[in-house]
Ligand binder design. Sequence first.
Ligand code: AMP
Ligand code: MG
Length: 326
Amino acid sequence: MLYDSIDMLRKRHLLINKPEIIRILKIQDEIVSQIRVFLKKEGFVEILAPIIGPVTDPGIRDAKQVSINYYGTEFKVMSSMILYKQMMINVFPKVFALSPNVRLEPTETIKTRRHLTEFRQIDLEVVNATYKDLIDLGERMLCYVIRKIKQKHGKELREERRQLEVPRRPFKRYEYREVLEILKNFGVNVEYGSEIPWDGEELLSKIHREPFWIMEFPVTARGFYYLEHEEKPGILRDFDLLYPEGFGEAISGGEREYRYERVVNRMVKSGENVADYGWYLEMLKNGILPSAGFGIGVERLTRFICGLENIWDAVPFPKVAGIYSP
Ligand code: AMP
Ligand code: MG
């Protein structure tokens, strides 16, 4: 079944006008429009996302970055625009972009059904905000979009046989360490300090009927740009949102470390080559404002809203690890 469906990816150019695909793309168009409406009402300015640059987000787990030869120097294709959001927050207090990302995910991610190698995030950042402010924003945004899609595309959701409710707020909030306990009770042992593995994430998602947050990951599990708690050393002021019903991670975000010395320290500890981050470190040395933000994957949101088995049905030109397709 999985491999039949992957085979169809290679024939996308012949299948793109199937009614099922058209239906999903119409819903996706509305999802993106409604996120824009919501964020504009909240006072956000939309900026154009970078596609390439000297460095990009290293916090992408087991995925590999893509390099290009840029007139004789190495450039990266954006794995996420986090470093650029920190630049823009000094210009506009609330910014967002529809940001394309490329990550060469390991081939076993085909089996998660939620990993693409090319995807988009609505990536946003708010000056002087706390991670709890962003949790609140994320909940309101998700509920707003679901409500609008139900109103405007009830017919299409019924055709997809998707039963979708607007979640109740506030969503449940766990701390990372609580989640390790839950997983342990299901026989999944995750070492404190590491990322939650994909099957653990799916299990947690399956046992929930409503979206829920996981907050305060350990510093060793995440990128150097998340802010550490003053009063809880080793713990970050960050969060993930997980969809229920097995759909897995929706959002990652948090408060940012913005102080030059501390960032360098964190880079060294996480094994980054400080010299690669020239413009970014120069910017930090010059001083930037504190901020918090998050990214929500557009294809994953579409998959969840439409109730799709595979993420590759939630994008017009899907790219899946190891598969050659248009
Ligand atoms: P991350 O920076 O890895 O936390 O990614 C931010 C968000 O982008 C995630 O919460 C997902 O919604 C989405 N995302 C990350 N990696 C992928 C992927 N390989 N395929 C599709 N969506 C992704
Ligand atoms: Mg994440």
